[in-house]
Design a protein around this ligand. Structure first.
Ligand SMILES: NCCC[C@H](NC(=O)CCC(=O)O)C(=O)O
Length: 444
């Protein structure tokens, strides 16, 4: 039986826009009110996904969500026809309309936490959608995310789906962005590293002062229980609150792992040495810890370039490659570091750069755009094949984007009643392309 890591990228939705909704996310805040290009955004993402499929990786796509979310707008008291609801919201509270119109589900690293069958006591592959309670615009994602995941990973013999955690700050959960699974071979029981920003129960632990810590220890522990992980193969690690205050709103902005490689910034964690020792012990040794010193790359440069929001992938020859945003090439310190990294004696031998600027401008790099699912042949056979990337799907989705997406979207456009009609028409067609059934409110 073959074991490997599959990546499921978020297809960027038709309402991709810059609304400055994410306090603590520097790019989101600094690009607020810029005009976006949803068509380019979707195509940049598709290109990256296709390139990984062409490199031999198993690559799927996850469908975007219905936006503007009229169901939520009605739930908070806007009424009448769809056009009335949008019009009232735009007049009375543009920020609520923006929160209900974000295409933020594109960052599927925040869709869910995933534990492969090799790690869980019942031998199933587990999914828990993230509740994303820290941000209003993201807190409305988990129900539809769960519907989409169930439509793709439907077979209950292989896949276990949990409800998102209770919607309270105690259980602030950001999904895979704060979770890294390490292993020697993908089929071996791995070590699941949960990185949290604060502990609710242990208020004595340090916490950020300026920006929110989105992930709590309590949420990480709950997910580990649901996924039936063993303590002997689980590590809880606290993010350094000082870097959260410098814009590291998720752990995947400052660290990334693959197999026995952990690539992270010197300032990423608290109690770094003790925790790395625990990881090394639970992995039974043979780890590659690649620590990037501040002297070579500052936290500021890491946040700007998204050096750590890269994907580390294993190629068929066993070597690893980094999938980086072109922003890393444009930052001299980071580019110099990456050029040096491939010459060092680590499994990482190459870096490939992709332009994902439409997403980057909202604080989402290559790693944010994908949900990793380590699996085996038998499990892959049970996955809905219509979401898997290949020449035909790539061509079909590019046509679909050309047909339905706008090439510019500003805040004012979000109230345009035509936008919701376009979005629903597009998504209805997409659910047929991907054979997802009725996953959206407007289809139920
Ligand atoms: N993993 C990357 C997530 C980026 C995402 N940005 C946003 O939602 C910005 C949306 C806006 O400001 O329009 C976030 O902060 O959760």
């Amino acid at each position: 039986m073959k074991h490997f890591e599959a990546n499921f990228d978020g297809l960027v939705g038709p309402t991709h826009n810059y609304a400055g909704l994410s306090f603590g996310n520097v790019a989101s805040q600094s690009n607020a009110a810029q005009v976006s290009n949803p068509r380019d955004a979707a195509k940049q993402g598709l290109k990256k996904a296709k390139a990984l499929a062409d490199m031999g990786l198993v690559q799927g796509m996850l469908a975007p969500q219905e936006r503007p979310d009229l169901h939520t707008l009605r739930r908070i008291g806007f009424s009448g026809s769809d056009a009335d609801v949008l019009n009232q919201a735009a007049k009375q509270s543009p920020v609520l309309l923006q929160a209900c119109a974000s295409a933020s589900s594109m960052w599927t690293a925040n869709a869910a936490t995933v534990s492969p069958s090799a790690d869980s006591a019942d031998g199933k592959l587990h999914f828990t959608p993230a509740n994303l309670v820290d941000k209003l615009h993201r807190s409305i994602e988990p129900v539809t995310t769960g519907n989409i995941l169930k439509a793709i990973f439907a077979d209950t013999k292989h896949f276990a789906h949990h409800e998102h955690l209770p919607e309270h700050p105690t259980f602030g959960d950001e999904g895979a962005a704060n979770h890294t699974r390490l292993c020697h071979n993908y089929g071996d029981a791995g070590v699941e590293v949960f990185v949290y920003g604060r502990s609710v129960a242990d208020a004595a632990r340090p916490a950020p002062r300026k920006y929110p810590a989105r992930q709590t220890l309590e949420a990480s522990q709950a997910v580990a229980r649901l996924h039936q992980l063993r303590d002997s193969h689980t590590v809880y690690l606290q993010q350094n609150p000082d870097v959260i205050d410098q814009g590291v709103f998720h752990n995947d902005v400052i660290a990334v792992g693959n197999q026995n490689v952990l690539f992270y910034h010197e300032q990423a964690f608290l109690e770094t040495q003790a925790k790395l020792t625990e990881i090394e012990r639970k992995m039974n040794g043979n780890m590659h810890f690649i620590e990037v010193p501040t002297a070579k790359v500052s936290v500021l440069d890491a946040v700007k370039s998204y050096l750590f929001n890269t994907q580390i992938i294993t190629l068929s020859d066993g070597n690893m490659a980094i999938i980086a945003p072109t922003d890393c090439q444009e930052n001299p310190a980071v580019y110099a570091y990456l050029n040096e990294l491939v010459t060092l004696n680590t499994p990482i031998k190459a870096v490939h750069y992709f332009d994902v600027k439409q997403s980057m401008q909202n604080g989402g790099g290559p790693a944010c755009l994908r949900l990793r699912v380590a699996m085996n042949d038998a499990e892959l056979k049970a996955v809905n094949p219509n979401v898997m990337m290949n020449d035909a799907l790539f061509a079909r989705l590019n046509q679909w984007v050309d047909k339905h997406y706008r090439d510019r979207l500003s805040a004012a456009d979000l109230a345009d009643p035509q936008l919701i009609i376009e979005s629903r028409t597009a998504l209805d067609e997409l659910t047929q392309i991907m054979q997802l059934g009725s996953v959206y409110q407007f289809q139920r």
